[in-house]
Ligand binder design. Structure first.
Ligand SMILES: Cc1cc2nc3c(=O)[nH]c(=O)nc-3n(C[C@H](O)[C@H](O)[C@H](O)COP(=O)(O)OP(=O)(O)OC[C@H]3O[C@@H](n4cnc5c(N)ncnc54)[C@H](O)[C@@H]3O)c2cc1C
Length: 427
């Protein structure tokens, strides 16, 4: 399409100015290649077919351009074939400026706008005027549905070029019907919230009931989820997570992923631990404030993008804050396998460290705890931990972004092979 557009628009003076402004090199490419057969694709056809107005320029006999706004019901511009469009011209103020101009010069240029989506299509073409006497069949094709206004003529345009423009300076604007539609959507979303409150169950395959809630650290709660019909839940391995539905305060339905904190091969229940990140519009705050025992949600099969290796190589587990959730499942799995591992777990304070006591009791000789805001506490020294790790150890990192980044960087610096490094980001 670029060539047809350039042939029409890049006049000698335009080219001269492009050269002066150093944009000529870029635009010269538009003029290369074969002459094109101009054809509207389905994309342009749909765009044109949805419009309820456009701007149209014609050329007066005295050389003045004349721009006019045309409007009608959405879809009033008809697509007649791959390179012909047309519209019905209704009785107006009877100045007949565009019509008079087109009788002298058939060249026409249109701009079609989609303000909400910030799209703009320019069309160049040649127009011919038809009426009841010259082509009543074609005129009938141009008539909009439900039209009651008298049609004076049809304007049939053979498209010679078109061009899409950049959205940069298009301010989104909405018609009354766009606004009504958006209000209806918002209302249905708030109606849903009025009906369900935050008890939004989602529509995944597995029905779960919250059967227990425990505070496991400051801002962290563990939720026990049991199959609502008493059935076995799908099994999973350490490192897995499920995705749960949440309705946010603005009424929007969304979901968040949470790691399953103990591995299990079958039955149930599932247990997740959620840290309240404290954002007013955040899902974790909704979960803390509104999830109650007895509430039902749905989920899908657990997924695992953070699995443990299966062989006997030792594991080094590094967890920061809420990043302990998949790592805790790994600790349990490694203990049950009798596999060698070490855990390095860091949080700001012991009160913010979920499962501190449980881990301390489960295998204190393998577990090392670090508290970054507690006086007299040892700090996690990544270089020391990684460089002193047993030979061929496989590393697992989960926690805040800065801990993940630092752990990966250190592992790279120490030349630990990529295949031995595994991590999961919660972002
Ligand atoms: C595999 C995995 C396991 C996780 N396990 C745990 C866990 O065990 N415990 C825990 O507390 N957290 C876990 N998380 C993080 C959790 O999913 C949420 O991101 C967290 O609870 C913060 O959500 P929020 O809406 O309260 O916070 P916000 O600060 O509002 O959300 C954090 C940011 O991420 C965006 N965001 C987060 N999730 C989604 C999503 N699903 N779709 C679109 N945008 C999203 C939000 O828009 C926002 O920009 C896990 C995440 C992943 C990917």
């Amino acid at each position: 399409m670029a060539k047809a557009f350039a042939n029409i628009s890049f006049t000698p003076k335009v080219k001269e100015f492009q050269t002066k402004m150093s944009s000529r090199d870029n635009y010269q490419n538009f003029e290369l290649g074969e002459n094109e057969v101009v054809a509207l694709s389905e994309f342009e056809k749909q765009f044109i077919g949805e419009r309820d107005s456009f701007y149209q320029a014609t050329i007066a006999e005295n050389g003045w351009p004349y721009v006019q706004h045309r409007g009608g019901p959405a879809g009033f511009i008809k697509i007649l074939d791959d390179h012909t469009i047309g519209y019905a011209d209704f009785t107006g103020n009877r100045q007949y400026l565009s019509v008079g101009n087109l009788l002298g010069d058939d060249r026409i240029s249109l701009i079609l706008m989609d303000y909400p989506r910030r799209q703009r299509l320019k069309i160049w073409g040649r127009a011919r005027l038809i009426d009841e006497l010259t082509d009543s069949n074609l005129l009938a094709q141009l008539e909009p549905e439900d039209s009651r206004a008298p049609i004076e003529r049809g304007v049939v345009i053979t498209v010679e070029a078109f061009d899409w423009n950049c959205p940069k300076y298009i301010t989104p604007r909405y018609t009354q019907s766009d606004v009504n539609k958006l209000l209806a959507e918002a209302k249905s979303s708030s109606d849903k919230k009025a009906i369900y409150g935050y008890k939004y169950a989602g529509n995944a395959a597995i029905p779960l009931t919250i059967t227990d809630i425990r505070q496991v650290a400051k801002n962290i709660r563990a939720y026990e989820l049991t199959h609502s019909h008493g059935l076995d839940l799908p099994g999973y391995e350490a490192g897995s997570h499920i995705t749960v539905p949440v309705m946010l305060p603005d009424g929007s339905e969304t979901s968040r992923s949470y790691s399953l904190i103990s591995p299990h091969k079958n039955t149930g229940p599932y247990i997740i631990a959620v840290k309240n990140e404290g954002h007013d519009q955040g899902a974790s705050k909704v979960i803390h404030q509104h999830w109650q025992v007895g509430m039902e949600i749905t989920t899908d099969q657990p997924k695992n993008y953070f699995s443990l290796h299966k062989d006997n190589r030792p594991a080094v587990l590094i967890a920061g804050g809420i990043g302990i959730t998949p790592i805790k499942a790994m600790v349990e799995e490694l203990l049950s396998r009798n596999s060698s591992f070490e855990l390095h777990y860091t949080a700001k304070l012991s009160s913010e460290m979920a499962f501190y006591r449980e881990l301390l009791e489960s295998g204190s000789e393998y577990c090392h705890f670090y508290f970054s805001q507690q006086t007299n506490s040892q700090r996690l020294d990544l270089k020391k931990v990684l460089s002193k790790a047993p030979e061929q150890a496989v590393f697992y990192f989960c926690g805040p972004k800065n801990l993940l980044d630092a752990s990966i960087r250190m592992a790279n610096e120490l030349g630990i092979e990529r295949e031995r490094i595994h991590f999961e980001s919660f972002q």
